[in-house]
Each structure stands twice: as C-alpha cells, then as structure tokens.
Design a binder for this molecule. Structure first.
Ligand code: ZN
Length: 173
C-alpha cells in the first residue's frame, strides 16, 4: 500500500526523497475495510504552527467523516485541501447534494455532511475549525494536499464511534 501511494504521489508530479515512502501512514481507522474507508498519508511538514500532508486515496476510497476540535486550549485545526491529481469529492454540512459520490454502504449514520463539492486538480477548499467533513476520491483515485494549522489528528473526533486512529502498517507515531 505504501508503494502504491508513493507511486500515486510521484504520478502527481510530486517528488519524494529516498526513504520518505517508509513514512507513509496507511490508515484504516480501525474499520478493517481499507479499500472502502481509509487513506494513506504522508506528513511533509509538522511543526507547532503548521502541518502539510499529502492524502492519497484509492479509487472511490473514503476518508471517514470527522472534524477538528480545540485541543489543550488551542483552537481546532483549520484545513485547506487542494487537489494535485484526480477527482476529490468533499462533503460538508448543507443541503444533501450527494450525486457523483456515495455514502459508504450501511454507514449512513456516520456520514451526516451531505453537501457535495467535486474538486478537480488545482481546486481547493478551506474547512473551518469544527466543521464536519469527509473526503472521497473519484474513479481514478486522488492525491490531495492538506495544509493546516498544527495537527493533532490522533485526537480528532469521528462520527463513526468504531473509528480508532489505528494504522494498518506501523507508522512511527
Ligand atoms: Zn480533516
């Protein structure tokens, strides 16, 4: 999976240093259905102030709904997603316009944000603190930049109570 994600990143025209591939975090969020609900992520920058990550999604893979809350008195993360390659479906609260994408089967209660934004390479959206959101790749998969204020993703709440921020393959966090 790391190799596959690294290939997708390189195919998006983004260079990787030797060894960076091993740092790709392959997450199934404890749901054990990686191809349906999961994501591969590579952290490029992670300081006290900002974080930059690459999110790699397989064809029609969904990153489950979550939001970013205040942690230890610091405001929650503000996140901007920008598509590098493929189609990204971003879902935020609003009138239900799910059409191109889909809610993972039998997971309706855990995907409450139903306003669909279909993003192409170069498109970006900013997600404010506390706004529920989830992501889904189009038929060809997607490589997406995530720029954010400091990241404490390990503590972000997810709508699906079964989610735990567990990785399939060991990551160094
Ligand atoms: Zn997020």
């Amino acid at each position: 999976m790391r190799e596959r994600a690294a290939r997708a990143i390189r195919d998006a025209g983004i260079a990787l240093r030797p060894g960076e591939e091993e740092g790709i975090d392959v997450a199934d969020f404890g749901l054990s259905a990686f191809e349906n609900e999961g994501a591969s992520m590579l952290t490029l920058v992670d300081t006290e102030r900002i974080a930059v990550k690459l999110i790699v999604l397989l064809p029609e893979q969904t990153l489950p709904e979550h939001w970013h809350t205040a942690v230890d008195g610091k405001p929650g993360k503000e996140e901007t997603v920008r598509v590098a390659r493929g189609e990204l479906r971003l879902y935020v609260p609003g009138p239900d316009s799910v059409g191109r994408g889909f809610v993972p089967s039998e997971k309706e209660p855990y995907y409450t944000s139903r306003r669909e934004c279909v993003l192409a390479p170069g498109d970006q959206r900013t997600i404010r603190e506390g706004t529920k959101h989830w992501l889904q790749a189009g038929k060809e998969g997607a490589v997406v930049f995530s720029f954010s204020s400091y990241a404490h993703d390990a503590r972000d709440p997810f709508t699906d109570p079964k989610v735990v921020r567990v990785t399939l393959l060991s990551a160094d966090e």
